[in-house]
Design a protein around this ligand. Sequence first.
Ligand code: DGL
Length: 282
Amino acid sequence: MIGIFDSGYGGLTILKEIREHLPEYDYIYLGDNARAPYGTRSFECIYHYTLDAVHYLQQQGCTLIILACNTASAKALRTIQQHDIDPEKVRVLGVIRPTVEVVPHLTRSGHVGVLATPGTVASESYLIELEKQDSLQRYQGALQYKQLVVSQLACPMWVPLIEAGEHESEGARYFIRKYVREIIGRDPQIDTLLLGCTHYPLIQSAIEAELAAAGHSTCKTIAQGEIVAQSLKDYLRRHPEIEQRLQKGGECTYLTTDDSDKFADSATLFLGSPVGAKHVEY
Ligand code: DGL
């Protein structure tokens, strides 16, 4: 089974794309809604919450787990991979690495903006990983060389608004305008704006409307779902030993650490088709 984990609803934007590209597998989606948002919490806290979820998903039979959460990928993934799991039994992957692999190919100006949670921004994971891509391209040859200029901005109000179902409200519009104007103000040459939090695709059209209103309609917003799905497909092709262990029934189970009815309602809204959910504690 493939486990997809997020602090709340955001990972559903990744799950949706993964299931479109890889419909044959069985999935468990786990949202730790009771403890969301993660983005403003300490390293220790995010690490322990994420590790709890990984252990739980493993107990449920997941042999491949995707941290469909940038904050958890930034703050917990490496430690978990290095110290907490047996890669013979379970593999844990994140969403940052696959994203940074494609970003340099999307920008023309070389000016990239990253919008993310305070935790992801403070970790500097995007800056560190993009810098590696930068030198990788340089290494591969002058023709592919592209020096990136990366600006990042923490958007602490967006996840709480989305988790509360308030992302289409007047208040949300205010904070969307505020953060979009701020990042564009930092570097007006940004032509590629990466939504570095899996919750943000839920406000992607509002972000694009704000970019257009600010005279930056040519600036593209990049959501991670499709990118992560393609990368997972490629990973399974390269690792047949892992692919063979996965169950293929095309089913998905939805689990939440908070209220199951509330989760099912919101998930149905986000996924566009009705789902049921179960409350779990671990
Ligand atoms: N959706 C998550 C991310 O990609 C976490 C948001 C949060 O819980 O703050 O960062």
